[in-house]
Ligand binder design. Sequence first.
Ligand code: FAD
Length: 423
Amino acid sequence: MANIIVLGAGIGGMSAAYELRATLGREHAITVVGDGVQFSFTPSNPWVAVGWRTPAAIQVEAPIYLAKKGIAFESAGALRLDPDANQVHLGDGRSLSYDYLVIATGPRLAFDEVPGLGPDGGFTQSVCTTPHAQDAWLAYQDFIEDPGPVVVGAAAGASCFGPAYEFAMILDADLRKRKLRDKVPMTFVTSEPYVGHMGLGGVGDSKGLLESQFRQRHIKWITNARITGVREGEMDVSEVDAKGEPVQTHVLPFKYSMVLPAFTGVDAVRQVKALCNPRGFVQIDAHQRNPTWKNIFSLGVCVAIPPVEVTPVPTGAPKTGFMIESMVTAVAENIRADLTRQPAEAVATWNAICLADMGDTGVAFVALPQIPPRNVTWAREGKWVHLAKVAYEKYFLMKIKSGNTEPVYEKYVLKLLGILRTR
Ligand SMILES: Cc1cc2nc3c(=O)[nH]c(=O)nc-3n(C[C@H](O)[C@H](O)[C@H](O)COP(=O)(O)OP(=O)(O)OC[C@H]3O[C@@H](n4cnc5c(N)ncnc54)[C@H](O)[C@@H]3O)c2cc1C
C-alpha cells in the first residue's frame, strides 16, 4: 500500500485526490493537506466582490465529501517540506510521511512586490481568494455610497489576466444596473503588451473582442504598464515602449481599485530551493514529475512553466481550470504507472479553455495547444458564455461534492470538440 499526500485543497488538489482514488482504487491511502477545511470555487470570486454570490454559496467543506471516497484530510496546512526524508511538517507541529507527494498549493500572492498594493496593509482590493473577495464587497458597498474613479488591472509579472478583465466588465455591468455608471470613470491598467494578450500571446481575435468591449463600456486602458506604487486614492503607473523604455508616467486617482498581483510559489514549497525555479514554482518534467525527487509530482498554478513570449513588462502564462484538470489526469496515470513499475509516460495536453464572464455577456477562449502556433485558436463573445459560466460553477461544485472526476459532459462533449486531457 502506498501513502499519497496531496498538498492543497483547491481546484487542482481536490480534483487530484478524487482522480487518484478513481485511478488507484481503495488499496492506497490518500490524504489531502489543506489550509483550513474550505474548498473555494475561485472563478466565482469576482461575483462575490459585487455581492452577486455569498462566500457560502461557492464554498464546500472539503473533509465531509473527501471522506465519502475514503480520503483523509488534515486542515493544519504544510509549514515545511523535507523531500529527502519524504515528510511534510504541518502547521500544528505534527509530521506526515509519504511515498508520493502531489503539490497543488496554488500561488502566493506577491502584493509585496509593489508598495501599497493589496488589501492587507495596502490600498487596492483583490479577488484572488474568497475572503479577499468578501472584503472587496465590503469596500464596494462603501464605494457605491460615494462613487468616483475606478482602476482595475494586473501588476507586472502577473499571469492570471482573465479575472481582471472579468472584474472590470462585471463592475461596469453592476454599476449600470445601479444607474451609477455615469459617476465612475474607469481605467484598465495592465502589464500585457496589448489588450487581450492574456499571457497567451492572444487567443483568436481576443484583442479585437476585448478592445471592442472596453470601447462600448467606456473603459480606458493603459497597456505595457508597470504599477510602481499605490497610495490612498492614487496609483503611479509607468508606461513603457516595445523596448521596455519608459514613455509616460501616469498618476491615476481612484476611489476603488482591484489589481491582480504577480504570483510566486507558497512559502512551504519555495523554501526547498532545489525543488523550485527562482520564483518558487515547482520544477516538473513533461510528466508533471520533479526531476530531483521522482516521487514528487505537481499540478495547477504552483508549477513552473515559461512565459509564452517575452513582453516589455514581464507577464506570465496563465494556468486555467481545464489545463489544471489535464495535469491532474496525467499525475494520476503516472503514479499508477510508477506503482506498477511501468514507465510514467502520461503527458497533459495543457489545452487552454477559458470562459470569461462580463456580467451580462462573456467571452470564451480556446487555445489548443497553449503555446502558439496553435491547431485551434478562437475567442467568441455572447450571452451564452455568461450562462455557461454559471452552469460551470454549479457543475464544478457538484463535482467536488460527488467526487466524480470526469462526468458525462467532460467525457463526451469535450471529446467531441477534440479537447482531451492527456496525449
Ligand atoms: C479570481 C480568479 C478567477 C479565476 N477564474 C478562472 C476561470 O474562470 N476559469 C479558469 O479556467 N481558471 C480561472 N482561474 C485560474 C485557475 O483556474 C484558478 O486559479 C484555480 O483556483 C487554480 O487552482 P489550483 O488548485 O492550482 O490553486 P488554488 O485553487 O489556489 O488552490 C490551492 C490551495 O492550496 C492551499 N494551500 C496553499 N498553501 C498551502 C499549504 N502550505 N498547505 C496546505 N494548503 C495550502 C490554498 O489555501 C488553496 O486552497 C481564476 C483564478 C483567479 C485567481
